[in-house]
Design a protein around this ligand. Sequence first.
Ligand code: NAD
Length: 798
Amino acid sequence: MSRFLVKKVAVLGAGVMGAQIAAHLVNVKVPVVLFDLPGKDSPNGIVTKAIEGLKKLKPAPLGVASDAELIQAANYEQHLDLLKDCDLIIEAIAERMDWKRDLYQKIAPHIGAHTIVASNTSGLSITQLSEALPEALRPRFCGIHFFNPPRYMTLVELIATPATQPHILDDLETFVTSGLGKNVVRAKDTPNFIANRIGIAGMLATMKEVENFGLTPDVVDDLTGKKLGRASSGTFRTADVVGLDTMAHVIKTLQDTLSAQTDPFYSSFATPLVLKTLLDKGHLGQKTKAGFFKKVGRDIQRFDLSEGDYVPAGAKADEVYGRMLKKPAAERLKLLRNSEGAQGQFLWAILRNSFHYAAIHLASIADTARDVDFAMRFGFGMKQGPFELWQDAGWLEVAKMVQEDIDAGKALCAAPLPDWVFKGPVADAGGVHTSQGSWNPSTQQFEGKRELPVYARQHFPQDVLGAHAPQAMKSGTTLFENSALRVWTLDGEVLIASIKTKMHAISPDVTEGLMQAVDLAEKNYQGLVIWSPDEMFSAGADLQSMLPAFMVGGVGMIEGVEAELQNLMLRLRYASVPTVAAVQGLALGGGCEMAVYCAKRVAAMESYIGLVEVGVGLVPGAGGLTYIARRAAENAAASTGKDILPFLTEGFTAAAMAKVGTSALESRKLGYLLESDVVVPHKDELLFVAINEVRSMSASGYRPPHPRQFAVAGRSGLATIKGQLVNMRDGGFISAHDFHIASLIANVVTGGDINDGTLVNEAYLMTLERKAFCALLTHPKTQARIMAMMNTGKPLRN
Ligand code: NAD
């Protein structure tokens, strides 16, 4: 079998996108060389500046900022010979057809015979771009359209030309999916492809309706953000974040490459006056700190066209529309359409426009309706794509309402909805998505997803509403289930435990259920995976569920609850079968402890792991501190110095400052993942990888570690740490209560008032942990922190 191996990638263009794409390649361990034009002062000047910039950019493009040094800097004058060793070249230079084509001619002689070349253009014709390449290269050329910020936005559109070899696209889709963790949608080679075509046309249409209904950007963003199931930044703040110049580029591509003949909505693509005014003034959005909105001190202002200046912002939508938007889809759309107020009519108008636009263009821009809905979900952060919402609300009823508006001249153009909307298979099925597949108006069929071997790695891939895709929590065989936990298996060989509580909080039911799951796994299975389908591992022990125990039995009862939790951790660690934590999203406090006590961890790139108990005035009480002490002892034992304290400092600081890794990679730096743990770029592959880890560990004759004694830093280590804490308290960096908690943490991780180098076991340290935890529970300042967290969700510093 021949396999497309990506050993090295070249990214051309170290601008906003190129530099961040290079960063993401580093995140997923792909060596990358980043090119740009030679700089004025030094040949690699432009690139080295861009690499430096990556360390400070927010949201962070790199999992670990210092990994920026792994990006190799290059320029087109000196380093073109580096291209021959690259398996993939991604071009991301400025959005100009002539510049891109010139560059292709320059690099063509240096490209390897197997290399795939792909352009990250936002919307230029891929076919026209390809014409600048020698004929022999064209079968290996295509479009690869990432979304900004590329680490976090999961959509990548792949675009073929008539000359692109099909297997090239399959190879690239495989790499982009599994290697980079993205969701691939294939788009036709039409202006701005799918997401930007529909998304930007939608933004322009929205701006037009804003004028029609006389609304202001703050109210519009309130209406068109989370409440509408879209990105929380709404319409105008999204534009500011994207950059008004970038948006203007994409609009210009629409204006230059389309016409009233090719797009009946063409007249609505004129640049809105307010946007033009902002661009003329150089207000480009976030990058120039002023766009539709501007932050002045703590206040937000909005640009007011009639004033020609910024005025106070912060107006909210009428509450009644918030309530309407919570109703089921069918009722929601009817209520909005019939509402008398401008805000409701505006909402109906933008939804109607989006249905109208998507239906008219489906056949020309995409293969199926699924590709349109996926593009809008993954590229624009919508909860549902336009076809999904339409189908959810009742296909024919909505179609009739839209057509009535078109006939009444209320829509953006007079083009009627296509025939397939009203008659034939779509009308019969009640929508474009069915369990057989999604509608392709060109073939007049419902078509299933592309089948590539890489998709076998996703047990429960995301799918569109109406496709009736298997749901994880209803699949496989359930061994036992209650409201807190489901223990089940997909294959009869590996057991899976899925936590069901809110934020996957670890309640006594979860603890007990997991204990039973380990018992069962030891009896009948190769091992246990802890995994839940939603993007969250566990936000920690359930403080709320501890309250009744505290009220009834006081601290004594809580000590029992903590002891149970500690037993669970030890059970996970010493089980005779492998236990694997499949971590994604938050793994905090008790969630972090559960992960570190499993035999192994597989973690999605977007995993945020940490011991955060200090935030509620507590210390990690379920083995977290014992883990830190043991790891320090193990690391010290493996070193030449044998001194524990240097190895302890990092773990101590992480717990005392409640540090949370901002990626799986950073969580590893904090010590919550080991080098031997696996980081998985695509979260939908997590379960597959975890199950395979259990299988291979089991097949290699897994035995749990020996329970061993280990050395602690003792009273001298404690004294050193405390000395530093005193300085911090006296210098006003931490409060007296922070000092108290940190001292208790130091007491546990050093073993307390014993000689340094004393050998202890886990049970000894866990007892210290429990005592510290319970002592803090009765402290009024800790109680105030807990109450604040439960009431406001925010930590109180006291
Ligand atoms: P940018 O302006 O930040 O960077 C462009 C880079 O191209 C610069 O580093 C510049 O030095 C280099 N460059 C300029 N002229 C050149 C030339 N003649 N030859 C070689 N290099 C040249 O742009 P960007 O936002 O990173 O966009 C890059 C590409 O990615 C564009 O095609 C754009 O449409 C596309 N894109 C942008 C976004 C976005 O949100 N910014 C999203 C998706 C795709």
